[in-house]
Ligand binder design. Structure first.
Ligand code: FE2
Length: 368
């Protein structure tokens, strides 16, 4: 058993760069049930960007938009549209983490930097990952503020506590990257060398293919096993795969989906549907074959079928999962809601039904 060479405590937050953070915050609050807890912008003395910190359970999202016409980050919107800019890890030692990563091949973006305000010292550093995505190392052990210097608690006039309705999302289960054909192995090695991750599981195109599309995937996890990053690449297929479609519309590699864990997927999905979140649908025949495929489960099959929730079983237990449609007009980032009952896998048994559902959506977009 090797030591955890680069100890990462947890995913601290996921930072999105979006065209209009104010409106995105409204969407994630009212559709996904996040609480808006902090804000940065002109009113807090921040001149270059507006940012909103959203929280539900242990999940923190930061939505940022530029306030300047000539901000180089605005090019992100032209190339990618809205998407994930940074996945930040909480670490004990920012300098050690950054130095370790850079000495093992990472490209530094921001060297270890301390920001101070009345609430203490917040430290961070950033490295490049796939595409225009970055990873930050952050530490706020000596910081008592609401999030980071520049941010203030959200004005209660702006978002009333009385209208905040969480949907039961608790934690980030995994975050999936799409990379170009032939690049998966390179990024697998990058996560091994730079961040001390190891490979958990591997799916090839025989596991993940339909008549039209194929992809390959490897799941990387950190030393504690708490952080899981599957990495997909497209495989040769008859038609354009969903990964190719993503790469085209995102203009390169990036985050494909974020899986959010819930303790009660039926209640969570019911609430999200009531908030007009659109989910992928599999045909009714999926549920006819389900009892035979997964055996006994605690949930009512009719309820799962009504909501379109998928089930898969492995040696350790079972899982329930469902996927939203893309949350932008570009067919790029989407979300997964997952409830685990012992299973630590990713729903391999659902890949075929799921990809056929995605292909039906691609056909509607004319991108299959
Ligand atoms: Fe997933």
């Amino acid at each position: 058993m090797s030591a955890d060479t680069l100890p990462l405590r947890r995913i601290d937050h996921v930072r999105f760069f979006v065209g209009n953070a104010r409106q995105s915050a409204y969407f994630y609050r009212n559709a996904f049930g996040f609480d808006v807890v902090a804000y940065e912008g002109l009113e807090t003395g921040v001149k270059h960007e507006a940012g909103y910190v959203l929280r539900q359970g242990h999940i923190t999202f930061v939505l940022t938009s530029s306030l300047r016409a000539n901000d180089p980050d605005n090019m992100r919107l032209i190339f990618h549209g809205d998407g994930v800019k940074d996945i930040a890890f909480e670490v004990e030692d920012v300098k050690y983490s950054f130095d370790y990563a850079v000495s093992h091949g990472a490209i530094g973006v921001t060297p270890p930097t301390k920001l101070n305000d009345d609430f203490g010292t917040y430290e961070y550093a950033t490295i490049r990952a796939y595409g225009d995505t970055t990873h930050s190392f952050i530490n706020r052990d000596h910081y008592q503020g609401v999030f980071a210097p520049g941010f203030k608690p959200i004005d209660p006039e702006r978002y009333s506590r009385s209208t905040f309705r969480p949907v039961g999302l608790k934690a980030i289960d995994h975050i999936v990257a799409n990379v170009e054909e032939g690049k998966m192995e390179e990024w697998v090695r990058w996560y091994e060398h730079v961040l001390g991750f190891r490979q958990l599981v591997h799916f090839d195109d025989k596991d993940i293919s339909t008549e039209y599309t194929a992809l390959m995937s490897k799941v990387m996890q950190n030393g504690t096993g708490r952080i899981k990053f599957p990495i997909n690449e497209p495989a040769k297929s008859k038609r354009r795969s969903q990964i190719d479609e993503y790469l085209q519309f995102y203009g390169g590699p990036g985050v494909q989906h974020i899986a959010l864990a819930t303790g009660n997927i039926i209640e969570t999905v019911r609430a999200m549907r009531a908030n007009d979140v659109s989910f992928l649908r599999v045909p009714q025949t999926y549920y006819e074959m389900l009892p035979q495929r997964v055996g006994p489960i605690n949930e009512d099959l009719r309820e799962l079928a009504e909501l379109g929730i998928l089930v898969d079983r492995d040696d350790e237990g079972y899982l329930l999962q469902i996927f939203t449609k893309p949350v932008e007009d570009r067919p790029t980032l989407f979300f997964e809601v997952i409830e685990r009952h012992g299973s630590r896998s990713f729903g391999k048994g659902n890949f075929k039904a799921l990809f056929e559902a995605i292909e039906r959506e691609q056909a509607l977009r004319g991108t299959l």
